[in-house]
Ligand binder design. Structure first.
Ligand SMILES: [Zn+2]
Length: 409
């Protein structure tokens, strides 16, 4: 069994915290938390992790990130559709070569865990081989991940296009090997967005996802020119969200990123289908996409997690993404950290598995040294605010998934 000592902080809601200074956590050999307490540690044979000077948070979630765009961060000066064409499509095309896919996946996953991310929802490239390599590297490093091959059958370079039949075959082959692996790796069906997917392709994607119990992810209403293009491509469908609904892509296992330029009717549709939202504030600033209105999203009671959207967003470190979440919407540090942890777990339907530090949950932890910004036992809101506005990878000490240390300084 393992014993962790430190200040234990997790988030029950966007207002309620569990805060245990001088706390301890006992984790069994299966990686499950069996006891959380304070000060007087029970006797027993433990492998001890002494993080007394640090804060033990639930592992951070990045619920929207593009692996093959890892080296395309900081490509500035273009709007979304131009940026895709000039930088992203050429970069993603290179993932046809296994050595590019392998080298990038290794560096990408190492960067995620060294920045405190223990669960990531990932877009691969348009290549089945690169997607399989991403799964292999995720398995090796020990992170929790949902990964999917990007699907496109129009408005992208010819070599990156698929067909509905081929897409189904690719998904079934990779998902049969990886979906549910170690209850840690999962397949997420990934039509890129309505501009690069025909209705037939999106319908095929939804069918294969439903038939195999897979997750679904895509982009929704990120920029105005994109929304207008979707209207031209689907003139008979009243709005962007309804395009995905017509394809059968909305639902409780679906994550839509951005959700910026939406009408009330579309928000109702997202709510009624139980669709989840990935809020990507850094990307929304970087690409000048607009502002997701958190109050409006909350009015419709949608589940929201936070995504780095690398390389739309330049930061893989989620503390830096939280900072932008505040600039987009004046949210409290507690609310920000809630969305980063339990909020992310809820998006995946995993809130009884991970996302807080309580008995019965699996032991995913991100260990943070608040120094020199704050001391471990300072007032909690102050510690959170210092980390949210000033923190970065230098504050990350170690990451654990299911009680296993997958990275440390
Ligand atoms: Zn994205």
């Amino acid at each position: 069994m393992k014993l962790f000592k430190g200040r234990i902080v997790s988030f029950k809601s966007d207002e309620k915290t569990i805060d245990i200074p001088d706390g301890y956590i006992i984790v069994d050999d299966m990686g499950k938390i069996i006891e959380v307490g304070q000060k007087k540690i029970p006797s027993g044979e433990f492998e001890v992790f002494d993080f007394s000077k640090f804060v033990i948070f639930p592992g951070f979630f990045d619920i929207h990130v593009h692996l093959p765009q890892f080296d395309q961060r900081a490509r500035w000066g273009k709007n979304l559709l131009e940026w895709l064409e000039h930088y992203i499509f050429p970069a993603e095309q290179k993932f046809a070569r296994d050595e590019v896919a392998r080298d990038t996946a290794r560096r990408f996953f190492n960067s995620l865990v060294s920045n405190g991310t223990t669960t990531a929802v990932i877009y691969s490239s348009a290549h089945r081989s690169a997607t399989e390599i991403a799964f292999e590297e995720a398995r090796k490093i020990g992170i929790r991940a949902l990964i999917g091959q990007v699907l496109m059958d129009r408005n992208a370079p010819l070599e990156m296009l698929t067909t509905p039949e081929r897409a189904k075959k690719d998904i079934e082959a990779v998902a049969s090997q990886w979906h549910g692996y170690d209850d840690r790796l999962f397949y997420v069906v990934t039509p890129r967005f309505a501009i690069s997917c025909s209705m037939e392709l999106m319908k095929a994607a939804s069918e294969v996802a439903v038939a195999n119990g897979l997750y679904i992810q895509s982009h929704l209403s990120e920029q105005v020119p994109e929304v207008e293009f979707v209207r031209e491509l689907f003139p008979d469908i009243p709005n962007y969200t309804s395009v995905y609904h017509a394809a059968g892509l909305l639902g409780e296992k679906t994550i839509m990123a951005h959700a910026i330029h939406l009408s009330d009717k579309e928000l109702e549709l997202l709510r009624d289908t139980g669709t989840k939202i990935a809020h990507c504030p850094s990307s929304n600033f970087f690409l000048h996409s607009g502002r997701m209105d958190m109050e409006l999203i909350e009015k419709y009671d949608l589940d929201v997690g936070v995504g780095s959207d690398v390389a739309g967003g330049p930061f893989i470190n989620m503390l830096e993404v939280l900072r932008d979440a505040y600039y987009a919407n004046r949210i409290s540090p507690i609310k920000a950290f809630y969305h980063l942890t339990l909020g992310g777990a809820k998006v995946l339907g995993w809130e009884t598995k991970v996302g807080t530090i309580e008995p019965g949950r699996e032991a995913d932890f991100t260990i943070i040294d608040p120094r020199p910004l704050a001391n471990v036992n300072d007032e909690l809101t102050d510690v959170l605010a210092k980390l949210m506005f000033l923190g970065d990878d230098r504050n990350v000490v170690a990451t654990f998934v299911r009680g296993k240390q997958i990275w440390h300084k």
